[in-house]
Design a protein around this ligand. Structure first.
Ligand code: NI
Length: 184
């Protein structure tokens, strides 16, 4: 296991569509090593999701893990570590909801993005089984953000209002206090 380097916006590999993982490769030792590296990398950089292209591995693989409680994104509901191979998204609620997003490949910035608020996600797990789950709100945004990486897209592509692309420190200072409900 190892912490890998996360490539940043401007690296051409972040703009290339990733390729499908072949069924024979899903449970391979190499795939398990890669996922272990991604988990180490996610923990080391302190993120909530990571897609394989962000460590310059051009395959359709992403992991998401959200610790419950207060984070740099506000108060979040826990999502246990979820390893998604060859994921697909179905939009079940096309009404949009906006969230401030960040990305380990776009360090130091936050941007406000509106996306469909309800989705169903299907993916292959590390045992080769197809699984699915439903996600709403911020969690739906996180899955859409990570899976965008597999199509060579970044959250900045979706920012409608350029005034809503800000530095993280200024986000925490000026915007987050307005976003969060008063402490209970
Ligand atoms: Ni990202």
């Amino acid at each position: 296991m190892a912490v890998r380097k996360i490539i940043r916006m401007g690296h051409p590999a972040l703009r290339q569509p990733a390729r499908e993982v072949a069924p024979a490769d899903v449970g391979s030792a190499a795939m398990h090593r890669l996922v272990a590296d991604m988990i180490d990398t996610l923990h080391d950089y302190g993120g909530i999701g990571l897609a394989a292209p962000q460590i310059n591995e051009g395959i359709r693989l992403a992991i998401i893990e959200i610790p419950g409680g207060p984070t740099r994104y506000g108060e979040l509901r826990e999502q246990p570590l979820t390893v998604c191979i060859n994921p697909e998204i179905e939009i079940v609620d096309a009404d949009t909801e906006g969230h401030w997003e960040g990305c380990l490949s776009v360090p130091g910035l936050r941007g406000f993005v509106e996306r469909p608020r309800g989705i169903r996600v299907a993916y292959t797990n590390l045992r080769g089984e197809r699984e699915s789950l439903s996600a709403e709100g911020f969690l739906a945004t996180v899955f859409q953000h990570e899976f965008d990486h597999l199509d060579g897209k970044l959250y900045v592509d979706h920012i409608a209002d350029p005034e809503k692309l800000v530095f993280e420190d200024e986000y925490v200072r000026y915007i987050l206090p307005l976003e969060e409900p008063p402490a209970k």
